[in-house]
Each structure stands twice: as structure tokens, then as C-alpha cells.
Design a protein around this ligand. Structure first.
Ligand SMILES: [Mn+2]
Length: 477
């Protein structure tokens, strides 16, 4: 590693001097490695987490090290500490860790030989004591970078590997893109740090962008048949099979998006837009019909890749996602099957909610999921918000988890609500902690777990917490 070259490359991304120093320090620890070359890599099970793990492990392999990856569903501090206590000298946490600084500090204090690197973008738990030497805490939020939209765990993971070798590791940007897309940080176009990095990769022709319909599948009919966002009600309900629409538009069955000329493409997109507007969705949801996709040098659609990896995580086949990102063809095919299962489940669950309706309080909407829908409860909350409820209000889904005797709560909001000072992370945390549960996340998307028997109190408290937030007090509702 050439620290001067790294510093220069990082400065070109407009990072602060503090941030650059922290990255260089952690990179030096990685390069030094361990005597036995083993490195423990621990990450989250979602697309951002899996992409981060793929990025980190490929970077480590390039240094001749042997990563041992674990992808976790839960992010309880005790669990992280337990893993950090295993027989590894270098442990890298991605997409988690900032909420476990005290626990991880304790591990270092007990085993000063260990080094732990945290690459996170979630809210930071501020520990009472100074972090011990050997604990490298890298969180974009500590450097005035918005962890909700300007950097995800994959961005942080990229930065670490980019610091190690800005030239050789720039191609790892493809995994970073999968991660930031997984965390929906491309929702309003890439911004700040994410943008600076991707721009750099585009200038070096490692990534290309193209505006395409926001539909994914091997052909148009298949893509429409599995789409849930955009959610065309007539198609999801089965009233209008995609084949009929294609016939109407004189598009041959089996045609792919690449087969269409610009006029046909525009005709298809505007027909779908009209359908959505008739359903009464917000303009920002209609706008998402076309989106910018990113393509790597092999011409692979990285947004689609992100969706495939995401469904591997949801279906508990995280390693399939990791291997697909590492270029394994079988895993890629398997991830496509998992994605189709996932979209089928989402579409049918949405139709059930559509038929049953959702409940509302004065400040938010809510509905209950079945336990087997736990992994899609957040997606359903989002769909309910975008395609079902008439007013812009937070949408909450509650899923009973029998084994833990808890409710798992997912909350989703809109950009407008966040602009009017709605903070779901804060609301979830406050209302959940009031009931001896825990919660957190981002202003626009958050979650909580609460004891099953206290759900009524939770809902009451949530109503109270929301009524203190400006989107309610300021009369936005
Ligand atoms: Mn993340």
C-alpha cells in the first residue's frame, strides 16, 4: 500500500482529513493481516450486507488472505461479541457493529491481540469510554455523511479496499453498487459520496448507466408477471394477464426490452404509467417506472443482481447470494428461482391485504402479517404505503414471532414525510423501548421488536411519539 497515493485518491472523493486518516489506519491493519492469514468477516443478511461481504472477501483474497464469512440475520450486540471472541485475530464487521461498541470494546480489552474493524452506516451508540486501541470504528455518520442515502455498508467496505489499492480495487465498485441499491440509496439518484465513487468508476469505464423500465425478467411478459413494484393491480389480481397487454401494444410474446424500439418502449412505459395513475398512486411512485440501471463490464445489470442477492437473503440462502456475486453460475440460476418465489409471495400477500384492508389511527396505518411473511413484512409495508392507502402517513406492519413471543414491527414512510420531519427510527426506538423492546433504523424505514403482550401499549405510545413529530404537529397529515 502506498499511503500517499491512497490519501490522494480518497481526497478526490472529498473525504475529510479525519475520515481519510481513519481509513488509512484501518487499511494498514488489514494489510498487516494475521500470521495464519485467516480473517473473520461478519455481515448482515440483506443485499447491502451480502454485497459488503463479497466486496471485503474479494479484497482480502487479493491480499492472499483467507476470509471466513458469516451472514447474520440478527444484529444483537451479544451475538457480535460472541463471534469476536472466537479464535480469530482480525475480525471485520460490515453493516453492523456501531450499535455494539461497548461490547466489542470489552472483547478487545480482554484480548488485546485482537483487531476489530467496523464498517457501518447505521446510527452510532456512543460509548461512555474512549474506544480501545485495536477497535477501528468506521461509520460515515461520524464524518457528516448521511448513512441513509449517501453511503451504505457496501460504500464503507469499498472505501476500505479502495484505500488499500485505489487502482486495483476500483473494480469492486460493482459490489458496492449492488449494496447501495439494496439499501435503496439510488432512489433519488446517487448523491454525494456514493455518486463521487460511481462517477470515478464510470470515468474509468468500469460501470455504465442506462435508463430502462424498472422491470426485471428474462423477457417482458415474465418481467410483468413477476413485478410487484410497479404494482399493476389488474395484473397482480390476474384480471389482465401481461400477454393481453402486450397483444394490445402489438408487442410479440417472448420479446425482451432490448427487442423494442424507442417508440414501443415509450408506449409500454406510458401505458403502465396511466394504469398506475388510475390506481391513484403518488407521482413519485409513477416516476419509478423508469430507472437508471448500472451495468458492469460484463454487461450485467447490477440492479437486477441486487434484487437477486436480496431474495437469497430473504430465503435464508445468504451463501447462494454471496457465491452468485463471486461469479458462480449455479448460484446465479438458483438466485433467479428464489427471486421468483419471493415476488410470487409478495404479490399474493399484497392481494390478501388488499382484500382485507388496513387499519388506521389518527397518525398512521397498520396491518398484521402472518409469521411466515416475516421476511417480506417490510416490503409489504412499503407496498401498502405506495399502492393501497389514500393518504401519506407512516405504515406499520406487525408480525407475530411465536418462538420469541414477540411482534416484529416494520415501519415505512415517504420522502415527503421525512422532509416534514418524520423520523421512523426515532419513533420505533422510543415506542419499543417504552415496552421493553428495541427498535431503530432510518428516518424513512425502520423496525422494532416488542414483547407480544405489550403490542397495544406500543401502538398507543407510537401514536404519542408521532404526535410530537413535526409532520403531525405541523399539520402535514
Ligand atoms: Mn445497510
Amino acid at each position: 500500500m502506498d499511503p500517499e497515493a491512497s490519501r490522494k485518491a480518497l481526497a478526490e472523493l472529498s473525504l475529510s482529513a479525519d475520515f481519510i486518516s481513519a481509513l488509512v489506519e484501518a487499511s494498514e491493519v488489514v494489510i498487516k493481516g494475521t500470521d495464519d492469514k485467516r480473517v473473520r468477516v461478519v455481515s448482515h443478511f440483506d443485499a447491502d450486507g451480502i454485497s459488503s461481504a463479497a466486496l471485503i472477501s474479494q479484497g482480502l483474497e487479493r491480499l492472499g488472505m483467507r476470509p471466513h464469512v458469516s451472514l447474520l440475520k440478527g444484529i444483537r450486540p451479544e451475538r457480535m461479541a460472541k463471534i469476536a471472541n472466537e479464535d480469530y485475530h482480525l475480525i471485520i464487521f460490515a453493516d453492523m457493529g456501531s450499535s455494539a461498541l461497548e461490547e466489542l470494546s470489552a472483547v478487545i480489552n480482554e484480548h488485546p491481540v485482537k483487531k476489530i474493524i467496523i464498517l457501518d452506516h447505521h446510527q452510532v451508540q456512543v460509548p461512555e469510554e474512549k474506544l480501545p486501541q485495536g477497535l477501528y470504528h468506521l461509520n460515515c455518520r461520524d464524518h457528516d455523511i448521511d448513512g441513509g442515502k449517501d453511503a451504505s455498508a457496501a460504500t464503507m467496505s469499498f472505501l476500505l479496499m479502495y484505500t488499500i489499492d485505489p487502482e486495483k480495487n476500483l473494480d469492486l465498485v460493482e459490489h458496492m453498487i449492488c449494496g447501495i441499491v439494496g439499501d435503496k440509496q439510488d432512489r433519488n439518484g446517487l448523491t454525494n459520496l456514493n455518486k463521487a465513487i460511481v462517477d470515478k468508476a464510470m470515468a474509468k469505464e468500469m460501470v455504465q448507466t442506462k435508463a430502462i423500465p424498472a422491470l426485471w425478467g428474462d423477457n417482458i411478459a415474465k418481467a410483468l408477471d413477476s413485478a410487484y413494484a410497479p404494482l399493476i393491480l389488474d395484473m397482480v389480481s390476474g384480471d389482465e394477464p401481461p400477454q393481453e397487454l402486450l397483444k394490445e401494444l402489438s408487442i410479440p410474446e417472448g420479446a425482451t426490452f432490448e427487442d423494442l424500439n424507442n417508440n414501443q418502449l415509450r408506449f409500454l412505459t406510458s401505458t403502465l404509467a396511466i394504469k398506475l395513475l388510475r390506481q391513484g398512486v403518488r407521482p413519485e411512485v409513477v416516476k419509478r417506472l423508469t430507472r437508471t440501471s448500472f451495468f458492469n463490464t460484463k454487461g450485467e445489470d447490477l440492479v437486477r443482481m441486487s434484487k437477486l442477492v436480496d431474495s437469497c437473503g430473504r430465503e435464508n440462502e445468504m451463501s447462494t447470494g454471496l457465491m452468485a456475486l463471486n461469479g458462480d453460475e449455479k448460484s446465479l440460476a438458483r438466485s433467479k428461482d428464489l427471486y421468483n418465489n419471493f415476488t410470487t409471495n409478495v404479490r399474493s400477500a399484497f392481494m390478501d391485504i388488499y382484500k382485507d384492508g388496513v387499519s388506521e389511527t389518527s397518525n398512521f396505518y397498520y396491518f398484521y402479517c402472518k409469521e411466515e411473511q416475516a421476511t417480506i413484512a417490510g416490503t409489504l409495508a412499503e407496498l401498502v404505503m405506495d399502492y393501497l392507502v389514500p393518504k401519506q402517513r407512516p405504515v406499520i406492519s406487525l408480525t407475530p414471532m411465536a418462538e420469541k413471543d414477540e411482534y416484529q414491527v416494520s415501519a415505512r414512510g415517504t420522502n415527503d414525510l421525512v422532509e416534514h420531519d418524520m423520523d421512523l427510527a426515532k419513533a420505533m426506538k422510543e415506542a419499543a423501548e417504552y415496552c421493553q423492546g428495541s427498535g431503530g433504523g432510518h428516518p424513512i424505514a425502520a423496525g422494532a421488536s416488542i414483547p407480544h403482550h405489550r403490542s397495544a401499549e406500543f401502538m398507543k405510545k407510537l401514536e404519542e411519539v408521532f404526535s410530537e413529530q413535526n409532520f403531525v404537529r405541523g399539520g402535514f397529515l
